[in-house]
Write a protein that binds this ligand. Structure first.
Ligand SMILES: NC(=O)c1ccc[n+]([C@@H]2O[C@H](COP(=O)([O-])OP(=O)(O)OC[C@H]3O[C@@H](n4cnc5c(N)ncnc54)[C@H](OP(=O)(O)O)[C@@H]3O)[C@@H](O)[C@H]2O)c1
Length: 238
């Protein structure tokens, strides 16, 4: 297969790129960090350097690519709103620019390169299942990604392109290493990669893991907001 992964220079995307390469696939790994891109090249992965939030960079970097069998739009960032009464609109814009608008630029460049029988995967998060403290920007961006994925699944189906939405719980990566709160049932990036690759091969539409954690969040997400707020605020006090 010819596989393209954004955010391949770190964390989940890097692990996916290395594992697909180890399975013998031709892999295109995207990111910004030059040293990490060089490491990908040393591992036999084609490096592609661009900022996902910069339309011209995205379109120019991906212009020469031939057809692809699997595209995983995984690049993303997470920033929390620490003081809700001093809402940081620039933070919201930064997170949206990478996590949502950047996905749009990649779709613009890559959808014409996906042939019937290919698969597109978008990286969401189980965080968008319910309101979580300080996650106004991140959660909203991943809710947008989830809607995008479900709508693309509808519109691309007649074109023979399968769409998957990936919604992890906590995975140990540089992104979550920065968190200052408990992260129940956090899994390693190797485990995340194993589950994602297995489920993408099966054509699963919504890939979420670890199941014990993500099923619980899905259940809590069905509660009326007032009931969930009581639980969340009690948890915060502890
Ligand atoms: N870790 C978790 O628990 C978790 C849970 C749910 C969902 N996710 C999602 O999974 C994805 C990967 O997260 P991760 O935990 O592996 O994070 P990570 O280790 O911080 O990796 C993030 C990747 O995204 C790339 N990236 C970020 N901003 C970019 C931009 N503007 N342009 C191009 N590339 C950019 C980074 O590339 P450079 O460093 O080269 O810029 C890096 O390769 C994200 O979408 C995240 O929201 C993670």
């Amino acid at each position: 297969m010819r596989v393209l992964i954004t955010g391949a220079t770190s964390g989940i995307g890097r692990q996916l790129a290395l594992d697909y390469r180890a399975e013998g696939h031709e892999v295109f790994g995207c990111g910004r960090n030059p040293a990490a891109l060089q490491e990908l090249a040393d591992a036999g992965i084609h490096p592609l350097a661009f900022d996902a939030g910069e339309r011209r960079q995205v379109l120019e970097s991906l212009a020469e690519l031939a057809s692809l069998d699997l595209v995983i739009l995984n690049a993303g960032s997470c920033e929390y709103i620490d003081h809700p009464r001093q809402f940081d609109g620039a933070l919201l814009q930064r997170v949206m620019q990478t996590n949502v608008i950047g996905v749009g630029y990649c779709l613009e460049a890559l959808l014409p390169r996906l042939a019937p029988g290919s698969r597109l995967a978008l990286m969401g998060s189980i965080a968008s299942e319910l309101p979580l403290p300080r996650a106004e920007a991140y959660g909203a961006s991943k809710a947008a990604v989830a809607y995008l994925a479900r709508t693309l699944a509808l519109d691309l189906r007649p074109h023979g392109i399968g769409v998957s939405l990936i919604r992890p719980g906590f995975v140990r990566t540089p992104l979550t290493d920065k968190n200052d709160f408990a992260m129940p049932m956090r899994v390693e990036a190797t485990e995340a990669s194993r589950v994602i690759r297995r489920e993408l091969a099966r054509g699963v539409a919504e890939i979420h893991f670890p199941k014990r954690f993500t099923r619980l969040l899905k259940l809590l997400g069905k509660l009326p907001d007032r009931a969930w707020q009581r639980i969340a605020l009690k948890g915060l006090k502890r």
